[in-house]
Design a protein around this ligand. Structure first.
Ligand code: KIV
Ligand code: ZN
Length: 517
């Protein structure tokens, strides 16, 4: 290991699983263990074997499969804990036992109900006992950041004397501030005489949202191992997030010239796996792995991104395994991004005027809808295309519906002549279709009327499909609108317009027709 290599110690399966509601099955843990080994995790804390039979089995099975990652189990300073830990890890060629005891006066007095002297005895016992099973022993003074600094130095020196190879400094309750945590680690380097014999590790909780900041502060102070979890899951507000630490080191290598064994391209997949297994959704704006981490909606940002992605991205989405930045189309999106979106949707040949028209419609839609999806844009453009060839155009529609009956008032432009009518029918849709028939008389069979939402949510665009038949000629119309009844009227009119085109042609096939429109 080089001086500037940071050991990534993942505790998703142990501290992460301690998140309320995040328990995982054995199969799920095994799946995660494989994925994390591929990710390049150096040490994996697979569980707390004395805590439950399930944890014991998980550590046992995981220790059988890991090859390049060192399996580790957690144990209190108790003989039974340490024996169970060693027993569950014995299948691995090399394994680590992580043992801990509280060192803050608060914990010693109220939780352990012991004295500082008794705790020193426990440290000696636990580290020496673990040492009988493996050379790779890690020791943690629980609640280190609220421990009297002189006593902390004493405990750390003792654990090293007893054979610990890694000294982990937990900010158990997420209390430390970065300069505080940095000072605690620096103090150990300055005051513990045998500190050069061990790797110092960070273990930082996120109660004040400082887990990652504290881990980085620890590295600056000389720590060379970080304990972390994917997606930052863990007790209460969680642990420092692996992906954030690793990407901070990679992205700001100019200020923090450290490397890890993590294959960052696998981060996104591991994050999704942990989220699906635990059922914990990833917050949209979560750094690195959130849905919006590489999404841009504002027009200014989208324009910059299209010119040079570095304008608004400090790392590439590909570097963390996300395929591409997404330009989220919404009311803040600009014309440049809209034009690119049209090209990506397969509409490359639009004139600038046509783009202007489509862009205006898109903005109108975006004012009504929070998210405008690709399908929404495609429907909008297709609708627009038919309009250029339309004989019949919808001008206005009013529908009243309810328990007292339904009626529609509809205004159509047919070849430039505007007419209006009002009709009642069996329901609002029937009333609309009757109005259309009144203004534009025709004799067709309505073969299908179908409504489906193009996108999710109550503000989804409804797409309506209508199939009509006239003397063996079939015509299918489609339209979308956030108002289902407007979409119904448009779809029916769309089908009629296509039928009119069909009537003009001498025996066109449906395929020819589809290709033509
Ligand atoms: O937060 C903590 O103190 C722990 C220890 C067991 C290391 O998780
Ligand atoms: Zn912890």
């Amino acid at each position: 290991m080089t001086k500037n290599q940071i050991i990534i110690f993942d505790t998703t399966l142990r501290d992460g699983e301690q998140s309320p509601g995040a328990s995982m099955s054995l199969e799920e843990k095994i799946k995660i263990a494989h994925a994390f080994q591929d990710l390049g995790v150096d040490v994996m804390e697979a569980g707390f074997p004395a805590a439950s039979q399930g944890d014991f089995e998980a550590v046992t099975e995981i220790s059988k499969i890991l090859k390049t990652t060192t399996p580790c189990g957690l144990a209190r300073a108790l003989k039974n804990d340490l024996e169970k830990c060693a027993e569950s890890l014995k299948h691995a060629k090399n394994f680590r036992i992580h043992t801990f005891v509280s060192t803050s006066d608060l914990h010693i007095k109220h939780k352990l109900q012991k004295t500082r002297e008794e705790v020193l005895d426990l440290i000696k016992f636990s580290v020496e006992f673990a040492k009988k099973h493996t050379d790779d022993v890690e020791w943690s003074p629980e609640d280190a950041t609220r421990t009297d600094p002189d006593y902390l130095c004493k405990t750390v020196e003792l654990a090293i004397k007893c054979g610990a190879k890694t000294i982990n400094i937990p900010d158990t309750v997420g209390y430390a501030l970065p300069n505080d945590y940095e000072r605690i680690i620096k103090d150990l380097f300055n005051r513990v005489p045998n500190i050069d014999k061990v790797v110092v590790s960070t273990h930082t909780h996120n109660d004040l949202g400082l887990g990652v900041a504290n881990a980085l502060a620890g590295i600056s102070a000389g720590a060379r191992q970080v304990e972390c979890t994917i997606n930052g899951i863990g007790e209460r507000a969680g642990n420092a997030a692996l992906e954030e630490i690793v990407m901070a080191l990679k992205t700001r290598n100019d200020l923090m010239p450290f490397s890890t064994n993590i294959n960052t391209k696998k981060i996104s997949a591991c994050s999704k796996l942990v989220s699906s297994v635990t059922g914990f959704p990833i917050q949209y704006n979560k750094a690195i792995v959130g849905k919006n981490a590489f999404a841009h909606e504002s027009g200014i940002h989208q324009d910059g991104m299209l010119k040079n992605s570095k304008t608004y991205e400090i790392m590439t989405p590909e570097s963390v395994g996300v395929k591409k930045s997404s330009l989220v189309m919404g009311k803040h999106s600009g014309r440049h991004a809209f034009k690119e979106k049209l090209v990506s949707l397969g509409y490359p040949d639009f004139s600038e005027e046509r783009i202007d028209v489509a862009f205006k419609k898109f903005k109108d839609l975006a004012d009504k809808k929070k998210h405008v999806f690709d399908e929404d844009i495609a429907v909008l453009i297709d609708d627009d295309f038919m309009k250029d060839n339309n004989i019949i155009k919808l001008i206005s529609l009013d529908v009243s519906a309810g328990t007292k009956g339904q009626k529609a008032t509809l205004e159509l432009d047919v070849s430039g002549k505007v007419s209006k009518t009002q009709q009642s029918g069996d329901g609002p849709v029937d009333s609309i279709f009757k109005c259309i028939k009144e203004i534009f008389p025709h004799d067709v069979n309505l073969q299908l009327y179908q409504v489906h939402a193009v996108t999710e949510g109550t503000d989804a665009q409804a797409t309506v499909s209508v199939r009509i038949e006239e003397k063996g000629k079939i015509s299918v119309g489609q339209a979308a609108d956030t108002d289902t009844l407007v979409a119904s009227a448009k779809a029916y009119i769309n089908a009629l317009n296509k039928l009119i085109l069909k009537r003009k042609r001498t025996a066109p096939t449906d395929d020819e027709y589809s290709a033509a429109v």
